[in-house]
Design a protein around this ligand. Structure first.
Ligand SMILES: Cc1cc2nc3c(=O)[nH]c(=O)nc-3n(C[C@H](O)[C@H](O)[C@H](O)COP(=O)(O)O)c2cc1C
Length: 188
C-alpha cells in the first residue's frame, strides 16, 4: 500500500467489532514501537497491556482508570494499553525532556502497523494517571502518559447515538500552509 495512503486512512475509532486481536498481531504492534527513533536511542517507552479475553482482572482495572466518556466506548476494545515513559535517561540520569516525544514516535508506529494489519488503535489522554500509579504500583521513575484502545474499528449496531455521530463525521485537518513556514516569524 502507498505509505501516504496508509497514513491518511489511519483513524482512531470509537466503535469496535467483537473480534480479538491475535497475539501475533499484538506482538507486531510492540515490535513497531520498538524500532522507533529516540533521543540517544534511550527508548523511554513502557507499556502495560491486557487482553480482555485472558487477562480480565487487569483489563478491567485498566478500563477503570479511563475517564467516563472514554470508558463508554473503549470497553468494546479487546485490548487496552497504558503507556508510560522513563522520567530520566537511564545512562546519564538527566531529566528526559523528550520522553513524551519519543513515546509519540513509538505509538505513531503502532498506529500505522495496526492500520497495515487491518485493525486500529485509539490513543487517549483522558484517564486518571494518579489512579494508575496507585493501582498498578508504577515505580517512581516512570510517568503514565496515555492509554490506548486496540481493536477492529467499525460501526456495530449497539453504538450509543452520540458516539455514532462522532464516528461518521468527516475527518478534518488544517491546511499545510497553516503549520509550515519558510521564513522567521515577525518580530514582536
Ligand atoms: C495524545 C492523544 C490524546 C487523545 N485523547 C483522547 C481521549 O481522551 N478521548 C478520545 O475519544 N480521543 C482521544 N484522542 C483521539 C483524537 O481525538 C483523534 O486522534 C483526533 O480527533 C484525530 O482523529 P483521527 O486519529 O481519527 O485522525 C487522543 C489522541 C491523542 C494523540
Amino acid at each position: 500500500m502507498d505509505i501516504l495512503e496508509l497514513i491518511r486512512s489511519r483513524r482512531s475509532p470509537r466503535g469496535f467489532w467483537e473480534k480479538e486481536i491475535s497475539d501475533e498481531d499484538l506482538l507486531k504492534l510492540f515490535e513497531a514501537a520498538r524500532w522507533a527513533s529516540s533521543s540517544y536511542n534511550s527508548q523511554p517507552w513502557r507499556f502495560l497491556y491486557a487482553k480482555r479475553q485472558n487477562n480480565t482482572k487487569l483489563y478491567d482495572d485498566l478500563l477503570s482508570v479511563l475517564a467516563e466518556f472514554n470508558q463508554a466506548w473503549a470497553k468494546a476494545a479487546p485490548v487496552l494499553i497504558l503507556t508510560m515513559v522513563t522520567k530520566k535517561y537511564e545512562v546519564s540520569g538527566l531529566e528526559y525532556n523528550h520522553a513524551w516525544h519519543d513515546l509519540g514516535l513509538a505509538t505513531g508506529n503502532m498506529a500505522l502497523m495496526a492500520e497495515a494489519l487491518g485493525f486500529n488503535i485509539h490513543i487517549m489522554g483522558g484517564f486518571d494517571a494518579d489512579k494508575a500509579i496507585e493501582l498498578f504500583n508504577i515505580p517512581e521513575n516512570l510517568e503514565p502518559v496515555t492509554m490506548i484502545a486496540v481493536g477492529y474499528g467499525g460501526l456495530p449496531g449497539n453504538l450509543p447515538l452520540d458516539i455514532y455521530k462522532m464516528e461518521v463525521e468527516p475527518r478534518e485537518r488544517k491546511e499545510i500552509a497553516e503549520f509550515v513556514f519558510d521564513k522567521p516569524f515577525e518580530k514582536k
